[in-house]
Design a protein around this ligand. Structure first.
Ligand SMILES: [Zn+2]
Length: 358
């Protein structure tokens, strides 16, 4: 064989390390570029709305092309969760998603030895595409949960803005989970999340999926819900099914049967997913940049969603009611036991994203 595995891996490492230099943090967390969207674009319009619509909660369209009505906010604090990056105003979701996060946070304490969850982006008040960070998260049925445990105290709003993401990967190795950072409690939290019937997919870095394939000795029935994806090394992304009765929600096919520890995973460990796009041939026209998504590209109902009347206030639309909305001033109900896994080392950006054209 002219091109052995070891050589392939060395090549991949070089490619990905080079790609990482230009990349910012993990895909899905922070967009590398934040071009100002044009005023008529869907990002501009949906990003400018600060409150959800009144009325019943309805996801409209698809996870990566849609919007929502009647969203509720995850309270910034609960006994077993803290919402992060509050300035982004992305704590909004379908009540089914918010309820699931609350349940996961409680069950995590009970069954996974996880002291509480840090919740990242869910969706904008009326969903829709965002300025940065995500292709999906548009209909209130996607949410990011950090792999960093909740500390046993309330963080200030400033701390929630600035707490760095902690990757689960080894920074000097190709697609390898760092054994000094990864823990069984994280594995248990993932499988707990996958155990809920309404959870359809959980996106994790391919290295994390591989780690789970190699080490999970419990029931593997739901392991197939863990889907390898770029980024997702400092957080995981939970996607739930269209809730019952959500007629305007476009469902996604269920994951294939089996644990997913197969060819579809092995592909991530080949050069293919990491190769930078081919530069145009000399003399050829450079490819057009993708067209900005306009409101008219979304399902028709989304234009009306933008125009619909707002709820009175963020407090009024907070899940659990206005009292839940003011919980920030209170201490955690029960100080959760310190994470047995101990403090996490802080490591820098890692080769986990598709390299941009050099
Ligand atoms: Zn996400």
């Amino acid at each position: 064989m002219a091109f052995g595995f070891a050589q392939a891996f060395r090549t991949i490492s070089k490619l990905t390390l080079a790609g990482a230099i230009g990349a910012s943090l993990a895909a899905g967390d922070v967009g590398a570029e934040q071009k100002t969207p044009s005023p008529g674009s869907a990002k501009g319009q949906f990003g400018a709305v600060s409150l959800p619509t009144q009325g019943p909660a309805q996801p409209i369209g698809f996870y990566a092309k849609g919007c929502m009505t009647g969203a509720v906010a995850l309270p910034t604090d609960g006994p077993t969760w803290e919402a992060m990056r509050l300035s982004r105003n992305r704590r909004w979701g379908n009540p089914a998603m918010i309820a699931l996060l609350e349940r996961l946070s409680q069950d995590g304490v009970k069954y996974a030895g996880w002291p509480g969850i840090l919740v990242g982006d869910i969706a904008q008040p009326r969903g829709g595409p965002m300025f940065n960070g995500h292709a999906s998260h548009q209909i209130g049925l996607d949410a990011d949960v950090w792999f960093t445990p909740m500390p046993g105290r309330r963080m200030t709003a400033e701390e929630r803005e600035n707490l760095p993401f902690t990757t689960m990967l080894q920074k000097d190795k190709f697609l390898t989970v760092d054994p000094k950072v990864w823990t069984q409690s994280r594995a248990r939290l993932l499988m707990l999340a996958a155990s809920y019937p309404e959870v359809e997919r959980i996106f994790v870095n391919p290295a994390i999926k591989k780690k789970m394939c190699d080490t999970w000795t419990g029931d593997r029935t739901n392991l197939g819900k863990l889907r390898p994806e770029y980024g997702h090394d400092s957080h995981f992304h939970i996607r739930i099914k269209c809730p019952p009765g959500a007629a305007g929600c476009t469902p996604q096919a269920s994951v294939a049967a089996g644990d997913g520890c197969d060819k579809s995973l092995a592909w991530w460990f080949t050069p293919a997913p990491w190769a930078p796009p081919k530069p145009p041939k000399p003399g050829a026209k450079p490819p057009k940049p993708p067209r900005e998504m306009m409101v008219s590209d979304l399902p028709k109902a989304c234009a009306a969603v933008l125009d619909a009347a707002s709820v009175a206030s963020m407090q009024a639309a907070t899940y659990g009611g206005p009292s839940a909305a003011s919980a920030l001033t209170t201490a955690p109900a029960a100080a959760p036991a310190a994470d047995a896994d101990g403090a996490l080392p802080d490591v820098g950006p890692v080769p986990n994203d598709k390299p941009a054209i050099q």
